[in-house]
Design a protein around this ligand. Structure first.
Ligand SMILES: [Zn+2]
Length: 182
């Protein structure tokens, strides 16, 4: 996380995400594009989407459910930021959020593909609408997001986008790994 002139730029050397390239309107546009990006990467034989490429690497459905859960969780945190408070993540009830699953156990069969893509659309659009509603003052609130992560509301929202875009790459890689093995 780079601190740049009062803003906070998350930079990822795995997927190339750079928060400094995204102003609020670009962030909203990319958030609204997530459902199409995920639909595209999930346009595969469903067996490929439901196989873990490695025993400890999530299948595509699990990654999508993680992203759904992450966007919903991060929106919860971002709303506290906008209200001037740091989130206490222990207060977040996982059961109240979509996309909660047992990460160590491969049990993606309980999630339908169409429902998964629909949930992703719902949470992405919700986050985009929330982001669009923020005043410049709300965007600029700085608080503790997590240990060693003191950032502003804008960077919190961009973090949700990064998570969702980063895992598109993970899904593409997992599918490619399986195709090479066939
Ligand atoms: Zn990344």
């Amino acid at each position: 996380m780079l601190s740049v002139g009062g803003d906070f730029h998350e930079v990822c050397d795995e997927c190339g995400f750079h928060g400094g390239t995204l102003d609020p309107s670009a962030t909203v546009a990319r958030m609204r594009a997530l459902p199409d990006r995920w639909s595209e990467v999930m346009s595969q034989d469903e067996a490929l989407l439901r196989a873990r490429p490695e025993p400890d690497t999530w299948c595509a459905i699990e990654y999508a459910q993680h992203v759904i859960n992450a966007i919903a969780s991060i929106e919860w945190g971002a709303r506290l930021f906008a209200a001037g408070r740091a989130p206490d993540w222990d207060e977040l009830s996982e059961d109240s959020l979509p996309g909660a699953f047992e990460h160590a156990t491969h049990d993606c069969g309980r999630f339908e593909l169409a429902d998964t893509l629909e949930s992703l659309t719902v949470v992405a659009n919700s986050m985009a609408a929330f982001a669009e509603s923020l005043t410049p003052e709300e965007q600029a609130v700085v608080a503790v997001y997590a240990d060693d992560w003191v950032i502003n509301t804008t960077a919190v929202i961009r973090h949700a986008l990064h998570d969702a875009e980063h895992h598109v790459l993970d899904v593409r890689r997992g599918i490619a790994r399986q195709q090479l093995r066939r």
